[in-house]
Design a protein around this ligand. Structure first.
Ligand code: LLP
Length: 429
């Protein structure tokens, strides 16, 4: 293993034993005081480092890391990644506009995935000359051809094939089985490529696969890639030479922060080895679409304790962040480590950490062992950089949090907190 790739799990550390929590040395207490809570805080260094891990791991071949915008679509983060050579995997016209706003020079490095693209979205992406469309059905391919014909531009496409590979993850985020709504049955793909190859408006450019998210083992990625490579070889024999193989995203992180996840670099190398093994001997460009692995551990949601309340035997720690700010625990029973920013002395005890939203599902943790906290204390929900802010909402007419990017010893606001006028702006009485 290349030890240069060794990197840290999280940028959040206590200054010293019993000291306050900081992000790359910038105190979370200071940030909370300056910008208020709830507050998302990200380490730019870690995001750049994670991108670099993938870029180094595949440096032996022509490749492009297309960051999955859905994981965290904040403009400053997109810009940071684009400046370091990343491309982008988008799933909506809105995400395309985000890339254009943050890094217009990167639009040629965009792949457009998603099961339901509209003609308007396709038109805009054709006009912007994105790298390729990852097409998920025959009817979508017909729509793409029609849009391309109207503006007389050939559309580069990849079929997103469904390889029927099982990946161990939460059922809501597993996608690579025939029973899922995603992709085209791999057994039918060759026939569709053959037909499309005859179209004047379609260019068979690549092939793509994405088997799910938060996958911790490298094995299913290799298995999916094996099936894809077989198809690529068969098509090549028939004279359909695809230039790009897109392995999708999905590499998981260790939310428990245990030993297993102690070396993200090793995880990336293991993932790359599984893909390289399947690709052995094939040329062409490799695309990957990681989202979570790049941004999750770089981010924390900092929140203030409003109240500590006892109901019978249970203790509830009520925070000013809620399910609308970070929905992962409510939606996927996801685990996020919770750390007091300034630890108090005393024994840990089992508490429920909950938000103020009027739903029993509004919790961050149940029966979690937590060191004592009191009203006014700050706590940080770790590994919240991916699918945190991106899945936030205004439920209960709550303002979505502000976001801060820590850049070395500096920090800056990259999204201000919403205000009532932002929420009312679109409404008509
Ligand atoms: N490419 C495609 C086509 C995808 O659908 C996804 C994620 C990715 C790439 C990036 O996957 P990643 O590397 O981030 O695992 N909200 C859920 C995760 C949903 C993932 C959806 N697709 C969560 O919070 O766990």
């Amino acid at each position: 293993m290349n030890s240069d790739l060794k990197t840290s799990l999280r940028p959040f550390h206590h200054d010293r034993a019993g000291g306050a929590l900081s992000c790359d040395g910038v105190s979370l207490g200071t940030l909370a005081k300056k910008y208020g809570t709830p507050l998302y805080v990200y380490s730019a260094n870690q995001i750049a480092e994670r991108l670099d891990l993938f870029q180094q791991a595949f440096s032996g071949r022509d490749h492009l890391v297309c960051y999955a915008v859905k994981a965290n679509s904040s403009l400053a983060i997109l810009k940071l990644l684009a400046e370091r050579g990343a491309g982008f995997d988008i799933v909506s016209g809105g995400e395309l506009e985000r890339v254009i706003a943050a890094a217009p020079e990167a639009v040629g490095r965009v792949v457009f995935s998603g099961v339901g693209k509209t003609a308007t979205e396709i038109d805009r992406a054709l006009e912007m000359e994105i790298l390729e469309f990852n097409v998920e059905s025959e009817s979508e391919l017909a729509l793409l051809a029609e849009c391309a014909r109207m503006i007389k531009k050939r559309a580069r496409f990849a079929l997103r094939v469904n390889p029927d590979v099982f990946a161990e993850t939460h059922p809501y985020i597993s996608t690579g089985l025939r029973e899922h709504k995603f992709g085209i049955d791999i057994r039918r793909a060759a026939e569709i490529y053959r037909k499309a190859a005859k179209s004047r408006w379609l260019e068979p450019h690549g092939i793509s696969v994405h088997i799910g998210s938060q996958i911790r083992s490298a094995q299913p990625f290799g298995a999916a890639m094996d099936r894809v490579v077989k198809l690529v070889t068969q098509l090549k024999r028939e004279g359909i030479a695809l230039k790009v193989v897109d392995a999708g995203g999905g590499l998981g992180i260790d939310y428990h922060g245990g030993e297993d996840g102690a070396d993200p670099a090793a995880k990336v190398l293991e993932y790359a080895a599984a893909i390289e093994k399947a690709l052995a001997g094939s040329d062409g460009k490799l695309l990957i679409e990681p989202g979570r692995f790049i941004v999750a551990q770089a981010g924390a949601l900092v929140t203030r304790v409003l109240n500590v309340k006892k109901n019978g035997k249970k203790t509830f720690v009520i925070t000013d962040a809620a399910m609308n700010d970070l929905i992962r625990p409510a939606l996927y029973q996801a685990y996020h480590e919770i750390v007091p920013v300034k630890p108090r002395a005393g024994r840990a005890r089992a508490v429920d950490v909950v938000g103020p939203v009027c739903e029993t599902g509004d919790f961050f943790a149940r029966d979690r062992m937590l060191k004592p906290v009191e009203a006014g204390d700050l706590v940080a929900l770790l590994d919240a950089g991916a699918y945190g802010m991106a899945q936030s909402s205004n439920y209960n007419t709550r303002f979505r949090p502000a976001e801060v990017l820590v850049e070395g010893k500096q920090h800056r606001l990259i999204r201000r907190r919403e205000e009532m006028k932002d929420l009312l702006a679109t409404e008509i009485i």
